[in-house]
Design a protein around this ligand. Structure first.
Ligand code: M6R
Length: 616
């Protein structure tokens, strides 16, 4: 197991399965629609009709699948599984959409998660004669089950999942077993509804609520046999086990948000899983793995040019600090809207890195087009497979965060920082600068999901602080070194969702002008970890204090002396100083979220802003 805990793979795709004496295809599709917020680049359904497996798929939103199904929607079926996808392996298209089938066309599988060892399994299965149709990791599961099947679907699934590394929640149907669905889970969520006369499974409780409030949450390693109105759960050895039945009291809207008030807070709370998804398979046996970048030789690169906007730009600044601190490589960072109209000095020895959550930001897209014309190779980091930026890049790295619905970037910022830190470590290694310090950073990266859970468990403390500060009209965020990008991001988060005027400044710049703003009505949010610039930062905070500004400090746990200086303190765990921006991220996000919510604003839909900025 890569990570110390059994973290779930956060929202990446949604699956449902239904079994009854008779349901309509439309019922399965309606259930699937309740999961569309989990992914919407393509969808599909498989059902058994007269002993034959039938599969329909469509790229785009579920309404496109409905059009493809046409009259089939009214069909009475006994068993069906369906999937709405957020691509991780293979572009969003009809072939890569789920369900995936085996060579015989009798077995169909829907899957949420990431199979880490799919390349090895695929080669092995091909050597046995299996023919693959898609580029997905999921298809190996269908062929593995085919390989293990000798008339008993449950046993075949038990054997197949024992070969999988990574994360999965799966639903499986077989044309010879129209009276059962087999489901399995490891690391990705899967819930089974307990209802009379109907069996239903889904990635979360939302589709189940129409049928029942009684549910079983499968646990890692569980394999379940679902028949109409009857559920049996087995452990990985095939021994039948009991699982607690929970009663859900959420309505559908709350269920979609995992019981949270807004998507933004749900997405912040998902960050431990976001980190797992972003880093999965990248730190192994002391090495840093980026198979996507096999053709890039960082040891020969002359410089890296990074283009990005907004939050992604702040992640880019972190990368610059990291790489320049640890290696001899120059990293240029510029907001895309400036870069695209300048005459940048880049050429074929410059690697251009585009960072964009959406993969559609117009200015970033134009910037990579310019960089390409100048001879630069383009690497992109995005969260959307098949987005325009990935299509126009030479190489792409996926963040695997699942859809982010809140307009403010939160979990995707964390994914960007994690990937950039690992990419930074890879550059350190490739250029021969690796030392004990870097092993320590890599080790701590593996512990980040756990550290994030600890930070997030302090959210009520941050809420209490937000209550004291929500009525202020201004905020100054300050930081030094690695704390500076965090200060910029903290100010952006606060202003975009709470409409409070917030400035992000390098603390050392205060005395060159902005300190004139400070007084008792202009509080300061100080990024103050116990790092090599701590004493300098402390002096800056003292200067602010001397102007009667209230101080909210984010400090390293164990720092007692700061109590004398700060009005409020939020502690984060001690980590190597190069990755403090990661552990600071949930703090600045939670503070902004609570302030906006307390002001009665909708943080998911801030005024004047769009999730994808596809215009200049
Ligand atoms: O999709 P991108 O990462 O390219 O988006 C860049 C910015 O538009 C985005 O980060 C924006 O600043 C967000 N509202 C930040 O929360």
């Amino acid at each position: 197991m890569l990570f110390a805990h059994n973290w779930e793979v956060a929202v990446l795709c949604g699956i449902v399965g239904m079994i009854a004496d008779s349901v309509k295809t439309q019922d399965v599709v309606e259930a699937l629609k309740k999961l569309e917020y989990r992914g919407y680049d393509s969808s599909g359904i498989a059902f058994v009709e007269n002993g034959r497996l039938r599969v329909f798929k469509s790229v785009g939103k579920i309404e496109r699948l409905e059009k493809t199904l046409g009259d089939e929607l009214r069909k009475e079926i006994k068993v069906g599984i369906a999937h709405t996808r957020w691509a991780t392996h293979g572009a969003p298209n009809d072939i890569n959409a789920h369900p995936h089938t085996d060579c015989t066309g009798n077995i169909a599988v829907v899957h949420n998660g990431i199979i880490e060892n799919f390349r090895e399994l695929r080669s092995y299965l091909i050597s046995l004669g299996h023919k693959f149709k898609s580029e997905t990791d999921t298809e190996v599961i269908a062929h593995l089950i085919e390989e293990m099947y000798d008339g008993d679907l449950l046993q075949a699934v038990l054997k197949a999942v024992s070969k999988l590394d990574g994360a999965y929640a799966i639903g499986v149907v077989h044309s010879e077993h129209p009276d059962e669905i087999v489901a399995a889970r490891k690391g990705s969520p899967l819930v089974i509804g307990i209802a009379k006369g109907i069996g239903i499974i889904a990635s979360d409780v939302t589709p189940l609520l129409k049928y029942t409030k009684e549910v079983i949450f499968l646990e890692d390693g569980d394999v379940a046999l679902i028949k109409k109105g009857r559920v049996k759960v087995f452990d990985s050895s095939g021994k039948e086990i009991e699982r607690k039945v929970h009663t859900i009291d959420w309505d559908e809207s709350a269920a979609e948000k995992g019981g949270y008030k807004h998507f933004m807070i749900k997405e912040i709370m998902e960050e431990p899983q976001t980190l797992v998804n972003a880093m999965m398979g990248r730190i192994k046996a002391g090495d840093i793995l980026f198979p996507e970048l096999a053709s890039i030789d960082f040891s020969k690169a002359r410089r890296i040019n990074v283009v990005a906007c907004g939050t992604s730009y702040h992640a880019a600044l972190f990368f610059k600090y990291f790489v320049e601190f640890h290696t001899d490589l120059d990293v240029l960072v510029e907001v895309s809207s400036e870069f695209r109209y300048r005459k940048p000095h880049i050429d074929k020895d410059t690697i251009t890195l585009a960072i964009s959550q959406s993969g559609e930001t117009a200015d970033t897209l134009e910037s990579i087009r310019l960089a390409k014309r100048l001879g630069s190779r383009i690497i992109s980091i995005t969260n959307v497979v098949g987005s325009t930026i990935t299509r126009e890049s030479d190489l792409s790295i996926m963040m695997n965060s699942g859809p982010e619905i809140g307009v403010a970037a939160t979990k995707t910022y964390v994914a960007q920082l994690a990937i950039l830190a690992l990419m930074g470590l890879k550059i350190v290694k490739d250029r021969g600068f690796w030392s004990e310090r870097h092993s320590k950073i890599a080790d701590t990266m593996l512990r980040l999901p756990e550290l994030f859970s600890t930070i997030l468990s302090e959210k009520d403390h941050i809420l209490e602080i937000a209550k004291k500060y929500e009525s202020y009209s201004h905020f100054m965020y300050i930081g030094r070194g690695y704390g500076y990008p965090t200060a910029l991001e903290g100010a952006l988060k606060l202003k975009e969702i709470s409409y409070i005027h917030a400035e992000g400044y390098p603390a050392g710049e205060l005395k060159h002008g902005p300190i004139a703003l400070l007084d008792e009505k202009f509080p300061v949010f100080a990024i103050l970890p116990s790092d090599s610039l701590y004493q300098k930062m402390k002096s800056n905070v003292m200067e602010c204090k001397a102007r009667n500004a209230k101080i909210v400090a984010v400090a390293t746990s164990g720092n007692v002396e700061i109590k004398e200086l700060a009005d409020e303190i939020i502690y984060v765990p001690r980590v190597p100083e190069d990755i403090y921006p990661l552990v600071m991220a949930p703090v600045i996000q939670l503070f902004a979220y609570y302030v906006a919510d307390l002001k009665g604003l909708d943080p998911d839909k801030p005024r004047n802003l769009a999730k994808s900025v596809t215009v200049e």
